[in-house]
Design a protein around this ligand. Structure first.
Ligand SMILES: Cc1cc2nc3c(=O)[nH]c(=O)nc-3n(C[C@H](O)[C@H](O)[C@H](O)COP(=O)(O)O)c2cc1C
Length: 196
């Protein structure tokens, strides 16, 4: 967890992919650095779904009731509730977004509400944009606000060095800055709704 200047607001960067050999954490670390440089959030945390390690949804009650029966759900609920905004760092699998991310979303309800989400997608030629479009109908059901400004990374491996660091091109840097700016603005605008 890293702490930065200004207002008290927390951005959680959710690493969606969980498979061995995944590139999600490299993409996430770059977004974390970009968020630190941007300075619009007082706190930035990377949350790795591989570490959160949720089983397939196994709660008996609808999440809107908040009657969680498992510690893994209570821990996940606390983590998501702490956030004011999210960036989903998400791969495209078979023209859609990955199942682990859907599972993690479905576990909770109110914890997501009135919070903006920026979509950082990656993949092959389509840069994960099919996955990014697909997730919008799901997050809006939970009253999240997906911001228009997004980061779409085509052929992600071309930006990765052997040591695993990601070197963004100019378009990616510009897109990340615009997304973070809009996330910070939207987070601030939605704050009164989160307070009620
Ligand atoms: C099961 C699977 C399905 C994939 N389907 C697509 C796809 O539909 N479109 C695409 O652009 N890339 C696809 N890819 C390539 C991934 O975008 C690429 O491997 C990326 O690195 C996956 O993210 P990850 O490494 O964080 O898991 C697929 C990869 C996997 C493993």
């Amino acid at each position: 967890m890293k702490e930065y200047g200004r207002t008290m607001s927390k951005l959680e960067i959710i690493i969606a992919s969980t498979r061995p050999g995944r590139v999600g954490p490299q993409v996430g670390r770059w977004i974390e650095d970009a968020a630190g440089a941007h300075g619009g959030f007082s706190e930035v945390e990377m949350v790795d779904l591989a570490e959160v390690d949720l089983p397939f949804m196994n709660e008996p009650h609808h999440p809107r009731l908040g009657q969680y029966t498992h510690d893994h759900t209570r821990r996940w609920s606390e983590k998501v509730a702490e956030a004011d905004a999210f960036a989903f760092v998400m791969p495209e699998y078979n023209y859609g977004y990955n199942a682990e991310l859907k599972n993690a979303i479905d576990y909770l309800h109110h914890e997501w509400k009135y919070k903006p989400v920026g979509l950082v997608s990656y993949g092959g030629v389509a840069a994960g944009t099919r996955a990014a479009q697909m997730i919008k109908q799901v997050v809006t059901t939970l009253k999240m606000t997906p911001v228009f400004e997004a980061v779409s990374i085509p052929f992600v491996s071309q930006f990765l060095a052997e040591d695993g660091t990601l070197t963004p091109n100019e378009e990616m840097q510009t897109a990340a800055k615009a997304m973070l700016e809009e996330l910070a603005r939207t987070e601030s605008a939605l704050r009164p709704l989160r307070a009620t």
